[in-house]
Design a protein around this ligand. Structure first.
Ligand code: FES
Ligand code: FE2
Length: 396
């Protein structure tokens, strides 16, 4: 029997075609291996420089799977650094708010030890009563930190196996052609879900479900062949990858979306526009491109805006989904209306996704099925699981 040609599986035969073991989503032992072989080894995005734009600004990033709460601080010298948010005296947090700004020093609220923005312990309160404590040896505990474009990454290994530049080399040149300047943080969502982190991501790694699950929200803004969604393109780049959403032949936005689009960036431009690839700039595959940076970061590039997802494992069946939109600055009420409309336009399909994720997770735990399946258009979802499995087996 000959198998019919498949666009992506033929191009990437190493990804395989077999059913996938449900244990990858439900097993606590497998989750423990993911913790050590993926999250304690790979570079992880923890935020955007726009979240701490000025020297002295900081924010706290929690990586629950590693029991780590990190202080990301924009140093007075302009360098972004990451530390465990933990005072060297008795372990209290140094920054108590999730986000803030300091004049160059952070004082622990418990007993007042003071650190500068390079993590140095510069004052021990009641120092004479700590005769054996050497300030130079008791700065904040640093975590490897580096910045690429607007994105701040950390690596939780004691010695990273590769630099951030090496880690991102398969995708960085191309994504960097997108002009990330001129945007501001426009909105964010944080969703806690009872779902495995890979199930959550897989729904973002394929558009094939759009005409089904998102029939009433997103389906009208993409081109369908028959009643099936076909990606404008899917490419695998090392452990990372990208999918392009197909621009529709014609797009009639709902009346409110049409009104919003007259005032500013939003749903119509994001999902309905056909983009021209001009000059040396970024080359769009479709009406928008969705880059997956292994293991849990997404950068969605659109016409006039971008957004990011960070999908954090908490337990085998619990995850956090952080969604952040970056738009041009808003200058008037009309632009604010367009922004708010766009924000809500994104929220509705996300809710459709979230509800489905939790139902899937509950079903997978039932033990009724031993395997699930991925088709050709779902190859990026398969690729994620394969990449994780390579790490778990010590091969990546
Ligand atoms: S725990 Fe920070 S000064 Fe005591
Ligand atoms: Fe979806």
């Amino acid at each position: 029997m000959t198998t019919p040609p498949c666009r992506f599986m033929d191009q990437y035969p190493e990804e395989g075609r077999d059913p996938v073991d449900v244990g990858r989503y439900t097993s606590n032992e497998y989750f423990d291996k993911e913790r050590e072989s993926v999250f304690r080894r790979k570079w992880l995005n923890v935020g955007n420089i726009l979240e701490a734009p000025k020297p002295g600004d900081y924010f706290v990033a929690d990586i629950e799977i590693l029991n780590a709460s990190l202080l990301i601080i924009h140093g007075k010298d302009g360098v972004y650094r990451a530390f465990h948010n933990m005072c060297s005296h008795r372990g209290a947090p140094v920054a108590w708010e999730k986000k803030g700004s300091c004049k160059g020093y952070l004082a622990c609220r418990f007993h007042g030890w003071v650190y500068d923005t390079t993590g140095k312990l510069v004052q021990i309160s009641d120092a004479a009563n700590f005769p054996n404590v050497n300030a130079e040896e008791n700065g904040l505990t640093a975590v490897h930190c580096d910045v690429w474009e607007n994105f701040i990454f950390v690596n939780m290994a004691s010695e990273p196996e590769e630099t951030l530049a090496q880690f991102l080399a398969p995708v960085s040149d191309e994504i960097s052609r997108f002009d990330f300047s001129g945007f501001t943080p426009a909105f964010s969502y944080r969703i806690e879900e009872n779902v495995n982190w890979k199930t959550l991501q897989e729904a973002q790694l394929e558009g094939w479900h759009l005409p089904f699950l998102h029939e009433k929200t997103l389906a009208r803004a993409v081109k369908l062949e028959g009643n099936q969604y076909r990606h404008a393109g899917i490419e695998l780049h090392g452990l990372h990858g990208v999918l392009g959403s197909p621009p529709p032949d014609s797009f009639v936005p709902p009346p409110v979306a049409e009104l919003a689009s007259r005032f500013g960036t939003g749903t119509v431009q994001a999902f309905g526009a056909k983009l021209e690839n001009k000059g040396e700039g970024y080359r769009f595959r479709g009406s928008f491109d969705f880059w997956h940076i292994f293991p849990n970061f997404f950068v969605g590039l659109l016409n006039g805006l971008y957004f990011t997802f960070n999908i954090w494992p908490v337990a085998a069946d619990r995850s956090v989904w952080e969604i952040k939109g970056y738009y041009p600055p808003v200058n008037n009420a009309g632009e604010l209306f367009a922004l708010e409309y766009s924000k809500v336009g994104l929220r509705d399909p996300m809710m459709e996704d979230c509800y489905t994720h939790e139902l899937i997770s509950a079903n997978l735990k039932s033990g009724a099925k031993k395997h699930i399946h991925f088709q050709d258009e779902e190859i990026l979802a398969r690729h994620l699981g394969n990449g994780v499995d390579l790490c778990v087996r010590g091969l990546a």
